[in-house]
Write a protein that binds this ligand. Structure first.
Ligand SMILES: Nc1ncnc2c1ncn2[C@@H]1O[C@H](COP(=O)(O)OP(=O)(O)OP(=O)(O)O)[C@@H](O)[C@H]1O
Ligand SMILES: [Mg+2]
Length: 313
C-alpha cells in the first residue's frame, strides 16, 4: 500500500499556514526520509497523515492524502491506525508508570487475537533483547534509548503497514541512533513501509530509499536518498560538511553518528549494517528535483506579514 500526498496545504487556527503544496510519496516497501529544520512542518505533515490535525486546531485546506487509494483527509485517528498507519510520536511518550510489557500490551489494544498479540510481542522482544530483559520494569526507569525502542515496539504491536516516526534519534547517543537505523531497516525488510522524519540527515539518508527536504512548509528538495546524501545543499545544511558552490577547503570530518561508520551497536552485531542507501537496483534514478519559489517572500502566515508564531493583530 502506498501513501500519496499531493498538493497538501495545512493551516493552523485558520491563519498559520504550516504546509503548502506538498507532494510526497511513500511507495510500498519503501523507507522515505523527511528532513527539515525546526518549524519546517515535519510534525504537521505527520499530524495530517494520522488524522490528528483537528486536536491542534489545524486543517487540510487543499490537497489530498491517500493510503492504498483511500483518502486519509479528516479521517479519525483510530481509523488511521486501523488502516495500518501508525505513528511513533516525538519524545517517545511511553507510559512511565506501566511496565515494558504493559506498554506493549497497550500498543496491541486493537488486536483481538491473543495468539497474534503474543507472536508480535515475541517479535518485538527478539528485535530488542533489552526490552525482554526488562519486561517487568516500569518504563520510566528505562534509558532514553530503551524508551525509544519501547515506543517503536509498541507501535509494532498493532501490525502497521506504514510506520511513521517523528525524530526518533532526538537526544540519543550516536551508537543508539545507529542501532535505531538498523532496526528500521529490519522492520522494513519484514514488510513495513517507513516514513522517517529526522533532523539527523546522516542516519535517515543512510537507511532511506528516497528523501524529501522540507523548508518553511515546502518541499525544497527531493530525490533518491543516496543522491541527497551526496548533494552539497544537504551537506552544508545537515551533515556539517563542506558548503555549496565548492569551497576549496575540505574540512569534512567523518561524522561519528554516520551509520556504517566504525563502532556499530554495542551488541556485537558489527558488520550487519549496510546502510549506504543503495536505493534498490542498479538502474539510474531520477536526479534531485528542487522547488523554486514563484516569488521570494515570507512563509508562515497567510499572505505577507510577520513570521510564523508572532501572532497577528
Ligand atoms: N499547534 C500549533 N498551533 C499553531 N502553529 C503551530 C502549531 N504547531 C506547529 N505550528 C507551526 O507550524 C509550523 C510547522 O511546525 P512543525 O511542528 O510541523 O515543524 P517541525 O518541522 O516538526 O519542527 P521541529 O523540528 O521543531 O519539530 C511552525 O511554524 C509552527 O510554529
Ligand atoms: Mg516536529
Amino acid at each position: 500500500m502506498e501513501l500519496d500526498v499531493s498538493g497538501l496545504q495545512v493551516t493552523y487556527a485558520g491563519v498559520i499556514r504550516a504546509l503548502r503544496d506538498i507532494d510526497l510519496r511513500v511507495g510500498t516497501g519503501e523507507i522515505v526520509a523527511v528532513l527539515g529544520s525546526n518549524g519546517a512542518g515535519k510534525t504537521t505533515l505527520l499530524r495530517a497523515v494520522t488524522g490528528s490535525l483537528k486536536r491542534h486546531r489545524a486543517k487540510v485546506d487543499k490537497g489530498q492524502i491517500t493510503f492504498g487509494g483511500r483518502s486519509l483527509v479528516d479521517a479519525h485517528p483510530a481509523d488511521v491506525v486501523n488502516r495500518g498507519v501508525v505513528l511513533v510520536p516525538e519524545g517517545r511518550r511511553v507510559f512511565g508508570r506501566l511496565s515494558v510489557e504493559e506498554n506493549l500490551k497497550a500498543g496491541a489494544i486493537t488486536v483481538r487475537s491473543r495468539a497474534t498479540r503474543a507472536e508480535r510481542r515475541e517479535k518485538v522482544y527478539g528485535m530488542f533483547p533489552r526490552l525482554a530483559e526488562r519486561s517487568g520494569q516500569r518504563a520510566a526507569l528505562l534509558s532514553g534509548g530503551e524508551q525509544q525502542m519501547l515506543a517503536i515496539g509498541r507501535a509494532l504491536m498493532s501490525g502497521p503497514r506504514l510506520l511513521l516516526l517523528d525524530e526518533p534519534s532526538l537526544g540519543l547517543a550516536p551508537q543508539i541512533v545507529t542501532h535505531i537505523g538498523e532496526v528500521l531497516k529490519q522492520i522494513n525488510q519484514e514488510g513495513t513501509s517507513v516514513m522517517l522524519v529526522e533532523q539527523n540527515a546522516a542516519m535517515a539518508l543512510g537507511v532511506a530509499d528516497n528523501g524529501y527536504v522540507l523548508e518553511l512548509g515546502r518541499v525544497e528538495l527531493s530525490g533518491p536518498a543516496a543522491e541527497l546524501a551526496a548533494s552539497d545543499d544537504i551537506a552544508s545544511l545537515y551533515l556539517g560538511r563542506g558548503h555549496t558552490g565548492g569551497t576549496d577547503h575540505d574540512d569534512t570530518p567523518a561524522r561519528p553518528d554516520r551509520p556504517g561508520g566504525p563502532g556499530g551497536p554495542g551488541d556485537g552485531a558489527g558488520g550487519a549494517a549496510s546502510p549506504t542507501g543503495t536505493a534498490g537496483g542498479a538502474a539510474p534514478r531520477p536526479t534531485l528535483s528542487r522547488w523554486t519559489p514563484p516569488a521570494r517572500g515570507r512563509f508562515g502566515l497567510l499572505g505577507a506579514g510577520a513570521a510564523t508564531g508572532t501572532g497577528r493583530p
